[in-house]
Ligand binder design. Structure first.
Ligand SMILES: Nc1ncc2cc(-c3cccc4ccccc34)c(N3CC[C@@H](N)C3)nc2n1
Length: 450
């Protein structure tokens, strides 16, 4: 039984986890840095404890200090949120060693997904579809070149230690290969200290469709359907939605079952997301598995009616899955737009300042605002400049889209530059309305977005 929970995070996700913990009658402990002394998540928690100076590396990433705080305040469990220590195997191990429940997967699952090539080998064995390519240990130039020639161009060179789009390089023809390989290895070594390369068939117009999975400690697993996260800018998600437009029941269950197989291949426990590339012909390929609760989980909550943080807590206590696959279903359609303090007219550089006016749209059962700030707060340089997640639901996509546009029109923020107008332009774009969602969406339509 978890009676007291420490949230090892800040901002909207810390506030969001505290809300569910409070509803479940679980006492909460917030951790905060010098910059967050008066932050909303500190005010919302029952107790709070200072963990260090403003820079994340001196505070929210100080795993030992966070565990000391957990022991000092006798907490039963730590929820890592996303980012920070949420996918840090050493931290998950340290929690276990100190008899504090880590609300997340076993450290071994986190480690297994840490390297792209190791992950692909595991998934291949589990029968999860992979993009045609090479992900072996033999890194000789002739071996990688032969794989590329065999697949046919274009191919994509990917750093095994990379992620989120870092360390990727397209090769459009054979005579570009050597120069591209040398550059990709140099970049990977500089960024990750590891230049192991994967070679993959380059899908030119894929969609990013991810499956939310949950496994309990007995090895049972369910999928809570899919999210389409194709609309991204420089590998930052901009607008996410659930369910994925155009998904058939057959494809949904095939991808869902593949995602469960992926999770069970690494003895997964808890909330996880299996990311797939979905091609226009309905083929899908394993991309990555995220061993944490995702930023965009609210769209899944709105179409299923489930509280994913409650599921995480119940499973971390050793309970079986709250629901079986046959009792889970999709109702309606949801969008999430990430409201950022950034300047679209200045290459989306983070904006700072004081939120002199912070007026979210009128919340109702179909408009949800997940935020970690209040009017008057400072948007600081130390952390991700997300102001809020605007999440809307309706019985179908068209009405949900209208609700999103209306809510964006009603969102008034002064004091910092935001991306609200950019978000509106994306959502109002005809190709978006027609659900022509591909990962190249933003660059394809950029003339009408700025
Ligand atoms: N073989 C092959 N073909 C096309 C791809 C295109 C992307 C990609 C490239 C650019 C933006 C993206 C947004 C969402 C999902 C994928 C992408 C991609 N990514 C981007 C980051 C990482 N998640 C993998 N891998 C790909 N792999």
């Amino acid at each position: 039984m978890i009676r007291k929970l420490l949230i090892a995070n800040r901002g909207e996700i810390a506030c969001r986890v505290i809300k569910t913990a409070r509803r479940l009658g679980i006492a909460t402990v917030a951790v905060y840095s010098d910059a967050d002394v008066n932050a909303l998540h500190v005010k919302m928690a029952d107790e709070s404890i200072h963990v260090g100076p403003a820079p994340s590396k001196n505070s929210y990433l100080q795993g030992d200090r966070i565990i000391e705080a957990a022991k000092k305040l006798n907490v039963d469990a730590i929820h890592p949120g996303y980012g920070f220590l949420s996918e840090n195997a050493a931290f998950a191990n340290a929690c276990a060693k100190n008899n504090v429940i880590f609300i997340g997967p076993p450290a071994s699952s986190i480690e297994a997904m840490g390297s792209k090539s190791a992950a692909k080998t595991i998934m291949e064995k589990a029968g999860v579809p992979l993009v045609p390519g090479y992900h072996g240990d033999d890194q000789a130039r002739d071996t990688l070149k032969a794989a590329a020639d065999k697949m046919g161009y274009p191919v994509l060179l990917k750093a095994a230690a990379g992620g989120g789009g870092k360390g990727m390089r397209q090769v459009w023809s054979e005579d570009e290969f050597d120069e591209a390989l040398a550059a990709a290895k140099r970049e990977a070594m500089a960024s990750f200290g590891d230049d192991i390369m994967l070679v993959e068939k380059y899908l030119t117009q894929p969609r990013h469709v991810e499956i939310q999975v949950f496994c309990d400690s007995k090895g049972d697993g369910v999928y809570l359907f899919e999210r389409d996260c194709s609309v991204q800018r420089r590998h930052q998600k901009v607008i996410e939605e659930a369910p994925a437009p155009g998904m058939t029941e057959a494809l949904r269950s095939t991808m869902g079952e593949a995602a469960i197989k992926a999770a069970q291949a690494i003895d997964y426990v808890g909330a996880g997301t299996v990311e797939f590339l979905l091609d226009a012909d309905g083929s899908f390929y394993f991309m990555e598995m995220n061993t944490r609760l995702q930023v965009e989980h609210p769209v899944t909550e709105l179409i299923t009616g489930e509280d994913l943080v409650e599921w995480q807590i119940r499973i971390a206590e050793g309970n079986p899955l709250p629901k079986e696959q046959s009792t889970l279903s999709i109702r309606g359609h949801a969008f999430e737009a990430r409201i950022y303090a950034e300047d679209p007219d200045n290459d989306f550089l983070p904006a700072t300042g004081t939120l002199s006016l912070l007026q979210p749209p009128q919340e109702d059962t179909h408009v949800r605002v997940d935020t970690g700030v209040v009017e008057g707060d400072e948007v600081s340089v130390y952390y991700d400049p997300m102001i809020a997640k605007l999440v809307v639901w309706s019985e179908n996509r068209d009405i949900a889209l209208e609700r999103l546009l209306k809510a964006l029109r009603e969102y008034h923020i002064d004091g910092v530059t935001t991306n609200i107008e950019f978000l509106y332009n994306v959502a109002a774009n005809k190709a978006f309305r027609d659900a022509e969602l591909v990962t190249t969406f933003i660059e394809k339509h950029q003339d009408s977005l700025f």
